[in-house]
Ligand binder design. Structure first.
Ligand code: SF4
Length: 398
């Protein structure tokens, strides 16, 4: 159902909350909702109500399309100078023997292993380790570009960037320009967590603050690099904090137009210092995607990161505002599996990811990092490309 008049009738029949219905009418006519209205949605909209509205917005923006890409990750180290309470991935420097640090050569070996694969993106993020400095990373980036000039390099959270650029005694703009010249194409958007300073103080007090996160992304956008933006939700934050987070992003996007997608990341409670905090429900996950889709009217894409949330929930999210489920990954990330995520060895072949999207009633479209269409898939084209009858593809990003 995509006719706004039909949706309006449905919503008015399902709720007698006048304020909610007024918000719905604004969304259906393409009008922006206010932060106060965003909080009302979080507090009072059922999953069905928020989901119906979000699906309308998603369909208005993207029709039936659901995007994915062919990518792999490199995580240079899990040693980190910071101490984020929710982090299950990092090891402090004094626990060095429990962690890993990759050499440049081992990173290049990973890139080399994809020589004959049709991947379009490498995603590089990790802990913050002093010896992996700006110059070292610039060398890695230029070596990757020399080996695979076609590969889009999406790398580094603002947290990693703030540290390496500060240590190099450069301005954010100059440091980013230096990395861009070496081969950095875009930023993945991690490290945002929750922008509210009081929550940040409790969960990640010692790393780059919200203003700096935003400033680094602004500099990247001004240099012509796109970025994504994440939120870590479902821990000790309130609904108002989630809206405040999205409001800061929406305001900046009005100015720079440099964000591609918004990626809600669910707090997972295993093997970290916040294991006493319960994880939120799947219903809340879906409501959160839906309200993000409604609120962030200037963000082109909402992504469900399937290694974090699991395949089935990623599939479900396509009906709650999500239009992108990330990439084939090829079991190259440990960030969420170490926190107890659904996917312990995240890998999907192109065929598997397309079938997952088709089974949700959506049209799979392979994209590049910047959402240029590469190829659209159907059951027939999958059979033609990969064969018929139970072929499950190779366990790599083929
Ligand atoms: S979330 Fe990032 S910055 Fe924080 S401890 Fe973990 S690796 Fe380090």
């Amino acid at each position: 159902m995509s006719d706004p008049r039909d949706i309006r009738i449905l919503l008015h029949a399902s709720s007698n909350d006048a304020e909610l219905l007024e918000i719905a009418d604004k969304v259906l006519t393409g009008e922006r909702i206010s932060p106060a209205e965003g909080i009302v949605l979080y507090e009072r909209a059922s999953l069905g109500f928020a989901g119906t509205l979000a699906d309308h917005v998603r369909t208005r923006m993207h029709g039936n399309i659901a995007y994915f890409n062919r990518n792999f990750h490199i995580e240079p180290t899990n040693l980190c100078v910071f101490d984020c309470k929710f982090c299950s991935y990092s090891r402090m420097l004094k626990q060095r023997s429990d962690g890993w640090v990759m050499s440049k050569e081992s990173m290049m070996d990973i890139v080399r292993s994809y020589a004959d694969k049709q991947v379009t993106e490498v995603h590089i993020v990790g802990g913050v380790l002093p010896e992996l400095n700006l110059e070292w990373f610039a060398d890695v980036l230029s070596s990757i570009k020399a080996m695979r000039p076609d590969l889009h390099i999406k790398g580094f959270t603002a947290v990693e960037l703030e540290y390496m650029i500060r240590k190099a005694k450069m301005s954010y703009r100059d440091g980013l320009a230096y990395l861009q010249k070496a081969g950095l194409d875009s930023l993945p958007g991690g490290g945002a967590e929750i922008f509210d300073e009081t929550i940040r103080e409790q969960i990640c007090a010692d790393k780059c603050d919200s203003a700096t996160w935003l400033e680094i992304h602004r500099c990247a956008h001004e240099l012509g690099m796109h970025s994504n933006a994440t939120i870590l939700y479902g821990h000790i934050e309130s609904f108002a904090h989630r809206i405040d987070h999205m409001e800061r992003l929406r305001s900046m996007q009005d100015e720079t137009k440099g964000f591609n997608c918004f990626i809600p990341l669910k707090f997972r409670n295993q093997h970290n210092q916040m294991s006493n905090v319960e994880e939120c429900s799947v219903v809340e996950d879906m409501r959160n995607y839906a309200i993000a889709r409604i609120y962030l009217d200037n963000f082109p894409h909402i992504k469900a990161y399937w290694p974090m949330i699991g395949r089935e929930q990623a599939q479900l999210s396509l009906h709650y505002g999500v239009n992108d489920i990330d990439g084939t990954i090829d079991d190259t990330t440990k960030i969420y599996s170490m926190a107890g995520a659904e996917e312990q060895s995240p890998v999907m072949t192109t065929r598997q990811i397309c079938e997952l999207i088709l089974a949700a009633g959506k049209q799979p479209v392979e994209r590049d990092t910047l959402y240029n269409h590469i190829k659209s898939y159907s059951h027939e084209s999958l059979d033609a490309e990969f064969g018929v009858d139970g072929f499950i593809g190779l366990p790599v990003a083929n």
